[in-house]
Write a protein that binds this ligand. Sequence first.
Ligand code: NAP
Length: 286
Amino acid sequence: MGQKIALITGANAGLGFEESKHLAEAGYRVIMACRDIDKGLKAKKEILASCQKAVIDVLELDLSSQKSVRLFADLVKQDYHRLDLLINNAGIMMTPKKITEDGFENQLATNYLGHFALTGYLLHLLKITENSRVVSLSSLAHRWSDIRFSDINFVDGYDKREAYGQSKLACLMFAYELERRLKVSGYSTISVVAHPGISSTNLFKSTFLKWLSPIIGQPAKDGAKPILYAALSKGLDGGEYIGPDGFNEWRGNPKIVDSNLPSKNNQNAKRLWELSEELTGVKYQF
Ligand SMILES: NC(=O)c1ccc[n+]([C@@H]2O[C@H](COP(=O)([O-])OP(=O)(O)OC[C@H]3O[C@@H](n4cnc5c(N)ncnc54)[C@H](OP(=O)(O)O)[C@@H]3O)[C@@H](O)[C@H]2O)c1
């Protein structure tokens, strides 16, 4: 059996960096998918400084561009013959209104639609890898919005907080729906979703929470724990939501947590899936 492979998006900073470091130390070959190659190479160097045996490939990926996602996935499919772990980690939060080159609201495009397409493109590689896993990143903020089916790209009334909430609710519903579809397909791949609580990272840099996050949150190394638990714990069957066990799920050790009612609406999850296939042009082949 060859070396296990983990692919992490947004791997150069914050939680993604800690996840990459941990998995490299655990013996995975790590593909660090970064939108800025220089930042990615710097992060790789930092990991190698403390773990000489680390095997790391840095590849360029801009999740806000469907073209970039497609080119990236083509490279991965060409150069790798297994994929044990896909961690859909990258994200932006509460950014000013921006419409991407594909016509999508930027937080939805980066946090959700980019990962939806990426996972679809890499599904075959995941399926042929025994016991592979897809880990999606949600947030306590999944409660901040419903899915706005009538105007998912916020053509009207952009609200940066609501748009972040919608994108993170979409990641959660996607993870649950992916698990349902994988179960039916009979493959051993599972889908798990996690949130880090509040973790002091660059994510907050342009938000009103930037002063608060170091006080109430936990360092990135601890914030990464629920995500790593979702990625590595042997006791998970798929479909679990993992978060910190402390007050309000802000910090603490990983445990299975609950999500809100709208996230468990299977009809809406199916509707969101179909809309996502239509918007991205990526049709999943189970
Ligand atoms: N920190 C928290 O408290 C918290 C809470 C709930 C959920 N989360 C989730 O955790 C995940 C990681 O966030 P973090 O806290 O580690 O934030 P972070 O430190 O800001 O890291 C985000 C990573 O995503 C990358 N990224 C941003 N836009 C991208 C794009 N278009 N294409 C590819 N990569 C892109 C960033 O690259 P650059 O360095 O080039 O910008 C960076 O590597 C996100 O999904 C976030 O929603 C975080």
